[in-house]
Design a protein around this ligand. Structure first.
Ligand SMILES: [Zn+2]
Length: 360
């Protein structure tokens, strides 16, 4: 390009104010200059916009937030529809309709409010910024946040029976405020196969109580509790109920990557204290579908000399601090005999040896 032509082009460009200036993009002064960046007012406006990107707002639309929890819970119209047609005066005491009416009344009176308050409490707890008041071991007030995290997931499923006569009674029980007798479960499965979810999977329900499995002493913190509606005595579990249960287990196993070994009974983790689910529970059927282990009935071998059945039970997970209770719990699950059978036979030892090999 000739010198005269370049001069001519620059003159034209200068006249119309479009000559690109040599500016440093890191120079704040230049950024705020007219024609080279937004005004101060505009910059403030843009800064505000940057804090909450529009894309993020769109993604959050329709999702549950702390302020909308209560509203979302109360929007479950199907709940209200179930009781609206019932006449309380005509209800038979302790009938399913009686408990349903009571459960629905409690839900409307305070259960849903309590649920949303507890959720808000959890949000407050996990939102708290670490400090030496919360953790006296901290000796610096500098908090550098790590940025990669999510919520903890359940790793065990603990199965129970309700020991009640109908699912409505259980829905009532878990809706009721019972100071010093609090209990809950994530799911309740009725005799007809209906599945009720009562708590979000990510919260800690109070279903396990004093319990131990392996070295875990807080089973509530790492498990989901599923209550299966059954009187706990002489009642068999219905096909519809077990099919519904397995559909649920399948979903949970996949979603939370729960290992096959970690589908266990309340009776397993609380020897001497709990006996649910009852001896009629079809553990083999579940194990065949990948939920829990079962022994190989046709491949039972005598254990090697020196085999210690009690220590094998410990390896599987049982609390053996009281050996008799450990034997009873094991037999309740795998031999499905009467609860007071507390002596191990040679056959039982074969079962334990066979099972223990699966936990290696
Ligand atoms: Zn239980």
């Amino acid at each position: 390009m000739s010198g005269s032509l370049l001069f001519c082009l620059l003159s034209v460009a200068c006249r119309y104010g479009v000559v690109p200036k040599k500016t440093n993009v890191l120079d704040r002064k230049n950024i705020s200059e007219k024609n080279n960046g937004p005004s101060k007012k505009q910059a403030q406006k843009d800064q505000t916009a940057f804090k909450i990107p529009k894309q993020q707002i769109r993604e959050n639309e329709g999702k549950t937030t702390a302020s909308s929890i209560k509203e979302n819970i109360n929007q479950k119209k199907t709940f209200e529809d179930q009781t609206i047609r019932l006449n309380p005066a005509a209800l038979i005491y302790n009938s399913p309709q009686y408990f349903q009416y009571k459960a629905d009344s409690l839900q409307k009176a305070y259960s849903r409010d309590d649920y949303s308050k507890n959720i808000q409490l959890i949000i407050d707890q996990i939102s708290a910024i670490p400090n030496s008041t919360l953790n006296p071991a901290l000796n610096t007030d500098k908090w550098y946040t790590a940025i990669d995290f999510n919520i903890r997931k359940p790793n065990f499923i603990v199965l129970h029976h309700t020991a009640q006569n109908n699912v409505e009674q259980t829905l009532f029980t878990f809706s009721l405020r019972r100071p010093s007798k609090e209990s809950s479960a994530h799911y309740v499965i009725s005799r007809d196969g209906s599945i009720y979810q009562m708590l979000n999977d990510y919260v800690r329900s109070w279903h396990a109580g004093a319990s131990k499995w392996g070295n875990i002493t807080d089973m509530n913190s790492c498990s989901l509790g599923i209550e299966i509606d059954n009187n706990g005595e002489d009642e068999r579990y219905s096909d519809k109920q077990i099919e519904a249960l397995m559909t649920l287990l399948s979903h949970l196993k996949e979603k939370y990557k729960i290992p096959q070994s970690n589908f266990i009974a309340h009776s397993d983790i609380a020897p001497g204290r709990k006996n649910d689910p009852s001896k009629y529970f079809p553990w083999k059927r579940l194990a065949d579908a990948g939920f829990g282990f079962w022994y190989d009935r046709n491949n039972l071998k005598a254990p090697p000399s020196g085999f210690n059945a009690l220590w094998a039970l410990r390896m599987i997970g049982y609390d053996i601090s009281n050996p008799t209770n450990a034997f009873i719990s094991f037999k309740h699950h795998y031999v499905q005999t009467d609860d007071r059978e507390d002596v191990l036979t040679e056959y039982d030892k074969k079962l334990i040896y066979n099972l223990a090999l699966k936990y290696q």
